[in-house]
Structure formats: C-alpha cells, structure tokens
Design a protein around this ligand. Structure first.
Ligand SMILES: [Fe+2]
Length: 313
C-alpha cells in the first residue's frame, strides 16, 4: 500500500506542533490498560539488529511486563530490517516513527553518506522482489511503517509523552547528557512537555534528565537540570515529582546500536503500579559479531556499521 508523499510530509511537518493542540494517539489496545497498574517495557533504536532484538524480547518475557512500546528507529543501519519490523509489529503495542524509519519511507535528511546509502538499501528490502515474494507480507510491512506516529501519550495520559527524539523536535533533536550544561536547550525541551514525563530515544544513551521548577514555579533557564546515566543506577529510579516540582525525560538507550561505549543492548521498564512511578534500565549481552558479519556481507552497508557494534559507539 502506497501512502501519498503529502501525507508523509504532513506527519513530518507535524513534529513542531505544540502538544497542547494535538490529539493523542490512541492504541487499539489501550482500553485494556490503566496507566496506574501497568509495567511497560520501553525499547528504542533497534536499527535492524535482529540478534539484539531477539535477546531483548526474550529478557522482556522474564520481566512480567504488561506491554512493550517502541520509540522508533526500528530500521536503518542494520542487516535485518524486515525481520525486525515483523517482530516489533508482533510484540509491541505500537511503534513511533524515528528519523531512520522516516528516511527509509521518504528520504534521508541530513544523513552522512554511509547512513544515506544504508537507508536506500533498507528501503529496497521493503519493495516487492523475487519469485518468493508474498504481496500480503509486503503490504503488511509497508502499512506498519506508514502508520507510525511522530508522538503518542501513554493511554492518552498527557503526563506521559512519547517521542523519538525530543519533546520540541520529535524527529530530529538530540538531547545529550552534556546538555545539562546548556540550560536554554533543556528548558525549551522541558517546556515542550505537556506533563511531568517524556520518553525519548535517538541518542542511544540510557538515562534520566530531571528538571526542577524555578522559584516562580516554572521550567526556565533558572531551573536545575541533571542527568543520571542508566548504567550508574542500581535498581529502579524513582520518578518522584516532589509535589509537582520535578519533571523527567527518560531515554531507554538503544537495543541495536548503543553509543555509550557499552556494546550491550539497552532497554527500560516503566513501572506505574506504585504510588511513585519508577524506571529501571537493563543491559544485555548479545552476539554482536554475528550482526557485524551480516553487515560485512552486504555491499551497501559499510563495514563501519558493523565495527561500531563491537565497541558500542
Ligand atoms: Fe537511532
């Protein structure tokens, strides 16, 4: 099924819309859940890495979660885009649109040559080809990609915003841990949230940004910002709003292409079953050598894309 470019552009151009005027994405399953009694596995940035995704999904099965959501970049860079789309479609309540998903659907924007070439190869994997081509499978995968949203709220609860990149620019802005030294950037990000929590991917680094309201009861450049790196947290991190004084932006890290010097796959579990919600970060070893070798065997994917998986950068 082909979606007109105008529709895809509309989704793209919607990234800067103020969330106060936007309609939440409602999952077909959301009526079965209430946010206060749910454990949610949050995965992001799979990047067509099947070996990492399979290990993460196996671990999630042990975590007694009620559902899985994906923050986007299911594809791009890696060697198994179709298999990863199939698994995400099978296991996740929904997936948001990442900049690499968008690049494969429409065009790579501000990509380096290696990433752009990978995007064009990835796009070709979703086109009908070969004698064993199944039109129904192709249509299902393309439909799933085309229906990815640029943002969502968990169960329509505006206190829990979900985007791929940042609350201000859901497809493109990186929120780096060093940005705690840039209060104007983080103030803008936190001001773009309609509630107290946002969940983002994109940087491939797990952790929690916190922002404390200033003396006037607002997020501003006078607010105190901090970042807790996921690997340095022991156990669940309490998203304690402290009587409405605190806000949080959580990044679960990357399943398929970690960039924090730790090659293990990363994801997070949001637990809202208690009075104070918590988020726990998990890291898992997976056979990155297998993925890297697959990449080396595909001419259109640069060897560098496999090498970086071995060192987590
Ligand atoms: Fe990504």
């Amino acid at each position: 099924m082909k979606v007109p470019p105008s529709r895809r552009f509309a989704a793209f151009l919607g990234v800067d819309l103020p969330f106060s005027s936007c309609r939440a994405v409602r999952s077909s399953c959301s009526r079965w859940y209430h946010l206060s009694v749910v454990r949610t596995a949050i995965i992001s940035d799979i990047h067509a890495n099947l070996e990492a995704l399979e290990v993460v999904l196996a671990d999630i099965r042990e975590q007694e979660v009620d559902r899985i959501i994906c923050l986007g970049d299911v594809i791009g860079y890696g060697p198994d885009p179709c298999a990863c789309i199939d698994l995400v479609q099978e296991h996740c309540q929904f997936s948001l649109l990442g900049n690499h998903d968008f690049a494969c659907l429409l065009e790579p924007t501000n990509f380096n040559p290696i990433a752009a070439q990978g995007s064009y190869w990835t796009r070709a994997q979703f086109e009908p080809a070969g004698d064993d081509h199944d039109p129904a499978v192709t249509a299902r995968r393309q439909s799933f990609l085309h229906l990815m949203k640029t943002y969502a709220f968990l169960d329509d609860d505006r206190d829990y915003l979900l985007v791929h990149a940042s609350p201000k620019k859901p497809l493109s802005e990186y929120l780096f841990r060093d940005d705690v030294q840039k209060p104007s950037k983080l103030a803008t990000a936190f001001q773009s949230m309609p509630g107290a929590h946002a969940f983002v991917g994109h940087t491939h680094v797990p952790g929690v940004f916190s922002g404390e309201l200033d003396g006037a009861g607002r997020i501003s450049t006078e607010s105190l910002f901090d970042f807790e790196y996921g690997n340095e947290l022991s156990g669940p991190f309490a998203l304690d709003r402290q009587d409405g004084q605190m806000r949080f932006i959580v990044n679960p890290g990357s399943v398929g292409q970690p960039r924090d010097g730790d090659r293990r796959a990363s994801y997070a579990v949001l637990d809202t079953t208690g009075e104070t919600p918590t988020v726990e970060f998990l890291r898992l070893s997976y056979p990155a050598e297998v993925t890297a070798e697959k990449i080396r065997r595909i001419d259109q994917l640069a060897d560098r894309l496999g090498d970086r998986l071995l060192v987590g950068e």
